[in-house]
Design a protein around this ligand. Structure first.
Ligand SMILES: Cc1ncc(COP(=O)(O)O)c(C=O)c1O
Length: 399
């Protein structure tokens, strides 16, 4: 990887040490330029005409690129406002078929917004959510998962969904998505993968993982703009799945009293869209594809593992990451200094990071009862100098 060129593509990296890709990443200039180009066209010829002029890029090429990124078909991709709405449109669509006593299986590190939806369907329909057991390292224990499903079946329970956050945002865990997929597929249970923190960071192949649905956002490790995300719905699911809400893009009126559902995954979309944001997403995904997602992952692992090791060596600092192999999310805390105080100190020195509280994965928070953590999320664009700066300033902050 040509790191000098990559840093040239994102000039702001000269001004700051950016370590918040898991929050909202800094984008390469092509993302801004892609958005500005469409905005400019819209301001000159109007939104509808600009859309018609760039239909090939916005309606065809973008879907092909997103599909390539996750090894799906373009017809299996839908673009929506963010990862949460992508997830909700799938979840609440599935929920229309659920009955009292049905079971959802999820993980101790599931994303906080998803937990609210679990509680919501419990209140609405009496559907219960159970957590899968973890291994001693924190990942889902897939042997125990298989046994748990067998025993639920023996009790006559109907498991309607396996819902997993691939990489939680509150620690460096990587859930074994493909192994979980094997068990879910074996038992014919629908599998929804929240890949919000993994897309753009590591290879995600929906065929290998065996998920029925996947949801993600644009602004994190993919380095796209804020305000959009996308989903994958497998061709098999699309044969029968009806979203819980539809407008006349997701479905076409058939006369005045009937409608026909769109055949592809764009049935999850709305008629009105921010096309400038889509142009930004397009630039971001093509940028990642050009660099190569395997190369991105290889480089980011080196950068993040090195930084995690160096943080662990600072007296009083504790790493809070779970998992045998970790993502580029590094969480840590100091024995006596509050994370807020340390974060403020670092930010004053132009190091951009964030705090990881329990709200993003409340069940994990409840289980481990750790103090509020610092969260560093470096990416492939960070260099040795960035790591050295972080370590030097962090040492000064906790002195
Ligand atoms: C694991 C995970 N899932 C879902 C989301 C929600 O993404 P969005 O804010 O785009 O809806 C986040 C955001 O931080 C996340 O970390």
């Amino acid at each position: 990887m040509d790191i000098d060129q990559i840093r040239e593509d994102t000039p702001a990296l000269k001004e700051i040490t950016f370590m918040n890709a898991a929050g909202s990443s800094i984008s390469p200039e092509c993302v801004y330029n892609g958005m500005a180009f469409i905005l400019d066209e819209e301001s000159r010829i109007g939104g509808y005409h600009a859309h018609a002029k760039y239909e090939q890029e916005l309606e065809i090429d973008l879907y092909a690129s997103l599909a390539q990124l996750i090894n799906a078909k373009p017809s299996e991709i839908g673009i929506v406002e963010n990862a949460t709405i992508a997830w909700q449109k799938i979840f609440y669509g599935l929920a229309t078929k659920w009955q009292k006593g049905d079971i959802i299986l999820s993980t101790t590190t599931e994303y906080g917004a998803n937990l609210i939806a679990f509680m919501h369907v419990k209140k609405l329909y009496g559907v219960e959510t159970l957590t899968l057991a973890d291994t001693e390292f924190g990942e889902v224990d897939t042997t125990a998962m298989d046994a748990q499903i067998e025993s639920l079946k023996a009790e006559g329970k109907n498991v309607v969904l396996v819902s997993v956050s691939h990489l939680p945002s509150n620690n460096g865990l990587i859930q074994p998505a493909a192994e979980i997929g094997k068990i879910a597929n074996k038992h014919n249970i629908i599998y929804l993968l929240d890949a919000c923190q993994s897309i753009g960071l590591l290879p995600v192949n929906v065929q290998k993982i065996g998920c029925d649905f996947l949801t993600t956002t644009s602004r994190k490790f993919l380095r796209g703009p804020r305000g959009n995300g996308f989903l994958y719905a497998s061709s098999k699911m699309l044969q029968t799945f009806e979203p819980a809400i539809l407008d006349f893009f997701g479905a076409e009126l058939d006369g005045a009293n009937d409608y026909n559902l769109r055949k592809d995954a764009r049935r999850f979309e709305n008629w009105e869209n921010a096309y400038a944001l889509r142009a930004g997403l397009h630039a971001a995904v093509d940028y990642a594809l050009d660099l190569g997602i395997h190369k991105i992952w290889k480089r980011t692992q080196i950068v993040s593992n090195k930084l995690r090791t160096a943080i662990a060596e600072i007296p009083g600092m504790h790493i809070a990451d779970l998992g045998q192999k970790q993502s580029a999310i590094i969480t840590c805390y100091h024995e006596t200094k509050s994370s807020k105080e340390i974060r403020n100190f670092l930010e004053e020195k132009n190091i951009m990071l964030t705090l990881a509280g329990d709200h993003s994965a409340p069940w994990d928070g409840e289980k481990r009862k750790l103090p509020e953590k610092l969260r560093f999320s470096p990416h492939y664009y960070n260099d040795e100098n960035d790591s050295d700066i972080v370590i030097e300033i962090l040492k000064a902050a906790v002195k």
